[in-house]
Design a protein around this ligand. Structure first.
Ligand SMILES: O=CC(=O)O
Length: 547
């Protein structure tokens, strides 16, 4: 920082002014070296004397105080500083400062939101894109070595139908017994009455799979519970599978249907849509005349085929573990029925001339066209201060439409204003929380707001954890009553609800939004500028309006 020739912030006799450093002893005061040459810094944390008596004896004439990070600044401390006129907070949030007491005493408060605005906004937008596009989840998927095993990770906010279909497919294949080393857990699941929902079975299977994997040093594809012959074939770009619907090699018509590109195929065996008769035949046995009719038929007749055909509840002969009996088959059919959600049909016409893309990627991009992109999404910004405004600038560039709620309507802002967050939520696909935490804003995101935001709504928080009723948010996320969350802050940091760890539609970050060297440099600059301005009777920057 350049030293200025005219040091008009010094006292008239040329001495430096006193500035009190208010910090918890565990917090480093990095600005010390920069400020020391220009101000007389008083730092009780450097003294062996208890803070109270230090302040009473040495700080009676102090006019300016720097509040470091989230060191609590209470009315009791303020009472010990009768000459205090300025509090310079080195944070954007001021919920650790008794702002009402500051106001009562006429103390001016500045915060760091202008210094941190760009970095905090970058982070908020990144969280939003990550939640919508599932970037972190896809990263975990890839790091876990699952790409070659389970095929492409379906990205995007409206992929739930596809994920459901994917889970359903995996579960059915698993229950059909394509991986024998999982027969015990399969039998246990089949004995459950009723068989739990597909998503539950899917997670039970995954748990088992994790346990298996832990026992193996180098897990092989074949050791996966959900591994099934050809399960990943449709996802391989050079597979010889051919889709008669979209005329692209690399996936089957069933996959095309799962991706929403064709009408569901109808099974000629059970009349259900969504799969072909081959799937049923694998379960119940191939009919006479089918090319695989003799497959698995052994002398003695204990084959899946004969068991399935003859058994009514209990097989007559010995049944080996892998075989399904007919009521198990019925249970599986029921599962299929319960989870049968229609998938929107979309045309491949616009993308079928993209030879460099694999079939699956082409299908995904087609499906994604109106689903994953940020363009057209309605984003509600809660708190249009300096951080919120930077968020709006960025998201506008992505083609989002912006609305906001704030303590007051901003006269020169072009975006629609909503006087309350409930109303904003009802008109938004995502809410981005950039406001400060106060008694008025605590739990501003509550049950009603989340309900208004809806099942596809996303909430991003770079403000303070207390803005959200976190327990309620966890419930909403676990029930699928909200579309996702990107959270940099939590109610009880560093404790984060563990239930969130498993959710792919949740991105978690340990309160890092503003931590960049550039933001710290901007903070140093802002603090120095404000102290100089204060002692030279010039206007201050980043003044926090206490209400
Ligand atoms: O969270 C960071 C800050 O308030 O500065």
């Amino acid at each position: 920082m350049a030293v200025e020739a005219n040091q008009e912030w010094l006292k008239s006799n040329g001495d430096p002014h006193l500035v009190l450093v208010h910090r918890l002893p565990s917090f480093n005061f990095q600005l010390k070296d920069i400020l020391q040459p220009h101000f007389h810094l008083l730092d009780p944390a450097d003294s062996p004397e208890p803070a109270c008596s230090f302040l009473s004896s040495h700080a009676q004439s102090v006019r300016a105080l720097i509040c470091v990070a989230n060191t609590p600044l209470t009315a009791e401390t303020l009472n010990l500083l009768p000459s205090l006129e300025l509090v310079v907070a080195s944070s954007a949030g001021v919920d650790h400062i008794d702002t009402q007491e500051c106001r009562r005493r006429g103390i001016i408060l500045t915060n760091a939101s202008t210094a941190f605005a760009e970095d905090a906004a970058d982070y908020a937008v990144t969280l939003l894109i990550d939640v919508w596009r599932r970037i972190s989840a896809a990263d975990r998927f890839l790091h876990a070595g699952l790409w070659p095993v389970k095929g492409g990770y379906p990205l995007g906010s409206k992929m739930k139908v596809l994920i459901d279909r994917y889970q359903q497919d995996c579960v059915i294949q698993f229950l059909m017994g394509l991986n024998e080393s999982y027969s015990n857990v399969r039998d246990q699941i089949m004995l459950m009455d009723p068989i739990p929902q597909v998503s539950k079975v899917f997670s039970l299977v995954q748990q088992q799979e994790k346990q298996h994997q832990m026992l193996l040093n180098t897990p092989a594809i074949e050791s996966m519970a959900l591994f099934a012959k050809n399960a990943s074939a449709p996802f391989k770009p050079f597979s010889r599978t051919y889709c008669p619907h979209c005329k692209i090699q690399g996936h089957s018509v069933e996959d095309c249907f799962k991706l929403g590109n064709s009408k569901p195929p109808i099974c000629s065996h059970c009349n259900m849509s969504g799969h072909l008769a081959e799937k049923c035949y694998k379960l119940v046995g191939y009919p006479p005349g089918h090319k695989l009719y003799n497959r698995g038929r052994r002398p003695g007749g204990n084959t899946r085929q004969t068991n399935m055909v003859i058994a009514e509840g209990v097989p007559k002969n010995h049944v080996d573990k892998m075989d399904l009996i007919s009521n198990q088959y019925q249970k599986i059919l029921k599962l299929l029925h319960e989870n049968h959600t229609p998938v929107p049909t979309m045309s491949m016409a616009n993308t079928s001339n993209l030879p460099s893309m694999s079939g699956i990627a082409t299908c995904l991009s087609t499906y994604a066209h109106k689903s994953f992109d940020l363009g057209g999404k309605r984003v509600g910004i809660v708190g249009l201060g300096s951080i919120g405004f930077e968020v709006s600038k960025r998201l506008e560039a992505f083609g989002c439409s912006i609305a906001y709620s704030s303590r007051k309507e901003k006269p020169h802002v072009p975006y629609p204003y909503h006087a309350n967050v409930l109303d904003l939520a009802a008109h938004s696909d995502a809410l981005v929380l950039c406001c400060s935490l106060s008694e008025q804003t605590r739990h501003i995101i509550n049950k009603d707001v989340m309900t208004a935001l809806g099942k596809k709504g996303v909430v991003i928080n770079v403000g303070r954890g207390g803005l959200i009723d976190e327990k309620e948010l966890v419930r909403f996320l676990l029930r699928g009553d909200i579309g996702g969350a990107g959270l940099d802050v939590f109610e009880d940091e560093p404790d984060v609800p563990r239930q969130l760890f498993e959710l792919d539609n949740v991105v978690l970050s340990p309160h890092r939004a503003i931590f960049t060297p550039e933001a710290i440099e901007a903070l140093n600059q802002l603090t120095f500028t404000n102290l100089k301005a204060f002692f030279s009777n010039k206007p201050l920057q980043s003044v926090y309006q206490i209400e």
